[in-house]
Design a binder for this molecule. Structure first.
Ligand code: NAD
Length: 490
């Protein structure tokens, strides 16, 4: 059996103070992979104190960005070196297919360290000249201790997306990985130990949201919370952190539109549509889960889509040929399956899939699913299913496409396929979402702002946006001469 997963505090692997543990399961068969230390408030307190001491007394915040860069680039190199072991843990824990972990998530995790380490070196403040009277300038300082709370879909990639800019800015942190996918964070801790990061700079407390996440959010010595997860959890976190006035970055849920106009390159649109909903087992915040399809191409496009969706290879995520693996957990399988009953009640048509594939009786496998006869007001078109389920909604003209795209509480991503240049920009600029991809699936450039509008989030990370979140800006006003100072009590 895989060795137990422990907390990582002050560069030491530790059990919970109350010795509590829980099981982490392999979604392909729901067998126990190993036991995980179940953190509670005293564990969180121990980790925050370590992070606080490392921030107040340790070398990390005082190092130059270039000194920190060397350590963080070493972490990137070690991720590449240990890529196979990380991939093995991540695939076993999440069920995401090997090809998508090995070619996508893990190289991207190393890039997160390289990119943010380098970016921090070029971070500059601003100078505001007021000739002969003042010189005002701003500079970036690390903020303090960050609480980083992550979900179970692509955990390693998302953890590094937060840890790298947080540490590059000179902060220290406590990471709370998702309880359904704790294995790969343990690998990150091993790598960080090997990279010689000073003790207390990076800490992990494992455990459940209410037991380990909530005390981290409420802790008075934590200044920042970067959270990725469900919108309702984000709301709880903001409430819970109010008494200690936290700064938040909130990357939340989505129900993103994928609009296809008839003049698009339909072959590319077909491939993009399929990848954008069925990759990562459909457990993707930026999934293009609502296909908004022009009525003139609807039947023919749906026919081609259905043929391909039926042929998607569902199976063992370890197998290099697998395209869709099992859902993360039986509870999540039941939730996704529950939406099939909703679809039937709403009188939509489940054209493909809708249940467990007949050849995969064990584990949390769910067939890639295509649902037609959908109206935008249906729950299946409004709620985040977070599984391999695509709903198709027809539209007549550009105005209707926009109305449908925007008529949802979320606003994370959108996809738009057209070869009409002016329409592409016109529509893209009117879609209410943090990110729009035109004639593309989700290709992310680390310099660009990432985040959602409406119920999909608060704030942006990526490029300089990450540093705006992870640094405090101080403005220094220096008098250059004898400016007038009003006299009082003279
Ligand atoms: P979740 O909200 O259930 O859990 C996320 C994390 O929050 C976990 O670590 C969990 O333990 C913790 N948590 C739960 N309750 C908490 C509390 N009261 N206080 C502090 N922490 C708490 O989300 P999930 O099911 O793990 O992930 C799926 C969700 O994440 C989807 O909604 C998806 O869209 C979203 N997501 C968003 C992005 C993005 O960038 N916008 C990326 C990936 C996933």
């Amino acid at each position: 059996m895989t060795k137990p997963v422990l907390h990582f505090i002050n560069n030491q692997f530790l059990a919970s103070i109350d010795e509590g543990v829980f099981d982490t399961l392999n979604p392909s068969n729901n067998a126990v992979i190993t036991q995980v230390a179940s953190g509670t408030s005293p564990d969180v307190d121990r980790a925050v104190k370590a992070a606080r001491a490392a921030f107040d007394e340790g070398p990390w915040p005082k190092m130059t960005p270039d000194e920190r860069r060397k350590v963080l680039r070493r972490i990137g190199d070690l991720i590449i070196k240990h890529a196979d072991a990380i991939a093995e843990a991540e695939i076993a824990d999440t069920g995401i297919p090997a090809s998508q972990i090995k070619k996508g998530a893990i190289p991207r995790a190393a890039d997160n360290f390289y990119f943010f380490a380098d970016y921090a070196v070029s971070l500059t403040g601003e100078l505001y000249q007021a000739p002969n009277s003042f010189m005002n300038y701003s500079l970036h300082r690390p903020v303090g201790v960050a609480g980083l709370i992550t979900p179970w879909n692509t955990p390693f990639m998302l953890e590094t997306w937060k840890v790298a800019p947080c540490l590059a800015s000179g902060n220290t942190c406590v990471l709370k990985p998702a309880e359904w996918s704790p294995l790969s964070a343990q690998k990150l801790a091993e790598i960080i130990l090997e990279a010689d990061l000073p003790p207390g700079v990076f800490n992990i407390v494992n455990g459940f949201g209410e037991m380990a996440g909530a005390p981290l959010v409420a802790h008075p010595e934590v200044q920042l919370i970067s959270f990725t997860g469900e919108t309702t959890t984000g709301m709880d976190i903001i409430r819970n952190g109010a008494a200690t006035l936290k700064r938040y970055s909130m990357e939340l849920g989505g129900k993103s539109p994928n609009i296809i106009f008839p003049d698009a390159d339909l072959d590319r649109a077909l491939d993009g549509t399929i990848f954008q909903i069925f990759s990562l087992n459909g457990e993707r915040c930026t999934a293009g889960s609502r296909l908004i399809l022009h009525e003139s191409i609807h039947d023919q496009f749906v026919e081609r889509l259905a043929e391909l969706v039926k042929r998607i290879r569902v199976g063992d995520p370890v197998d290099a040929a697998t395209e869709v693996g099992p859902l993360i957990h039986p509870d999540h399988w039941n939730r996704v399956r529950g939406y099939m009953d909703v679809a039937r009640e709403e009188r939509a048509t489940i054209l493909v899939g809708g249940d467990r594939p007949s050849d995969l009786p064990n584990g949390n496998f769910f067939a890639p699913t295509l649902i037609t006869n959908v109206r935008n007001e249906m729950r299946i078109a409004q709620e985040e299913i977070f599984g391999p389920v695509l709903v198709v909604i027809p539209f007549k003209d550009e105005a209707e496409a926009l109305r449908l795209a925007n008529d949802v509480k979320y606003g994370l991503a959108a996809y738009l396929w057209t070869n009409d240049l002016t329409r592409a920009h016109r529509v893209a600029q009117k879609i209410e979402s943090g990110m729009v991809w035109v004639n593309s699936h989700n290709v992310r450039d680390l310099r660009t702002p990432f985040g959602g509008s409406k119920f999909s989030g608060i704030g942006r990370e990526g490029g300089h946006f990450s540093f705006e979140f992870y640094t405090e800006v101080s403005t220094i006003h220096v008098a250059l001469g004898q400016h007038h100072i009003p006299k009082m009590g003279a």
